[in-house]
Design a protein. Sequence first.
Length: 523
Amino acid sequence: MKKVFIYDTTLRDGAQTEGISYSMQDQINIAKRLDEFGVHFIEGGWPFSNPKAKELFNYFKKQKLKKSKLVPFGSTAHPINPAAKDKNLISLIEADTEYVIIFGKTWDLHVKEVLKIKLEDNLKIISDSARFLKKKGKKVFYDAEHFFDGYKANPEYALKTITAALDAGTDLVVFCDTNGGTLTWEMKKIVSEVKEKIGQNQFGIHCHNDLGLAVANSISCIEEGCVQIQGTINGYGERCGNADLIPIIGILQLKMGYDIISAKGMEDLTKIARYVSEVSNMVAHDNQPFTGKSAFAHKGGIHIDAVIKNPLAYEHLDPILVGNKRKFVVSEMAGKSTLVAKAKELDFQLDKKSEKAKKIYTLIKDLEAQGYQFEAAEGSFKLILQREFKKYKKFFELHGFKVSVEKRENNELISEATIKLKINDSLEHTAAEGDGPVNALDNALRKALQRFYPAVSNMHLTDFKVRVLDEKSGTAAKVRVLIESQDENENWTTIGVSENIIEASWEALVDSVEYKLLKDLKK
């Protein structure tokens, strides 16, 4: 099989995503999971400018990775420093790794207007930096920053920059589409021209997603002979993100025949995508190729009927290969056949002609008439099945709750919820504040349950949606609330419907917690 090397930069480029802030332990945990998964290189960050990155390399000096190579990131030497005395380069040596990676300027615009040095001096900086690291026994990757913009503006100079790196002994030059503005056909053409002019076949590619083309561009460069793809899990990164390694790995191995990771590792593709999403505290995208909850979801009755007969009719591969699963969506568009198929998907055996099937089908239709929508709330649908199949356990009983919102003189808005639950033979009465009434109610509920069911601390709400079902009724209209929750293994959505938004939210909250507790009960 053909070989391509995966270079993961989630811990550096991914950490530049708005809303992501990795703790030291987060970085260690992600690195360990990526190592188990089998990526070839893990970029651990910039030890010179980031204390947490330095700490990460110190940690893995003692706790060696098993499969992956940890790589420190840095720049070429500062223009005022000789390479041998540049603290940034020295920090790469001190990271004590087999590989290092540095980036340098390719675009003459950056040399003249950002560094404000002569073009020839930039070439010397690149050459001296790479040569210094090679003399220290390091294998060196060189990121040619803004390569494609630089090549389009001044191809002769762009070529000189990567030649300077190669002549100094650099092991691999990586073409970077740093601004993410290069079209796929442009990229293929430029890489082909560079290979022909330089006479070297092996390069790497690092794409950003500002045109939504990072995955396509990365794959196209592999077709042109690149042997390393740089990217992040779930496409995290600054602005529009980096190339998403999840579909890239799936495409290369399952569609193009490249040897990326083991077949067993490939079955963890969905787990790694969702794990990094969870640690990053980012909502997982349902429509992410290969690993999203909707990647193999079928809603139309004709589609479902065809997939039941032969999955190839509407699926490009078996979801088991990437650790995902087929999903049949229960909705008003589907009949009993879909209900039976969906029940089977959730491990419930249901005979289409049975009274139980008829009862559940009627119940679903009645609830949908009231405003429930189970195609978007699989967690609540599964609870219905569990109740009907006598696999449901009542974990607590509500004796009442109260929610208050107070606006104070300083414009501060305070939401507080008090709740009274009966759990086993104990009566729990708790109160909690929150960012809004629903958050306060959620906090109070979990505070009451914590002592009896510690697992609730391992879940959190990731999304909250409210939809007015009858706009003509104004503030008296019935509303539908959807709550998405997540733990370290999966995410699920539950639903509540009422004329009162707090009551609808309570229904969805209870379903969310019960789903989690019933799920863990099986372990």
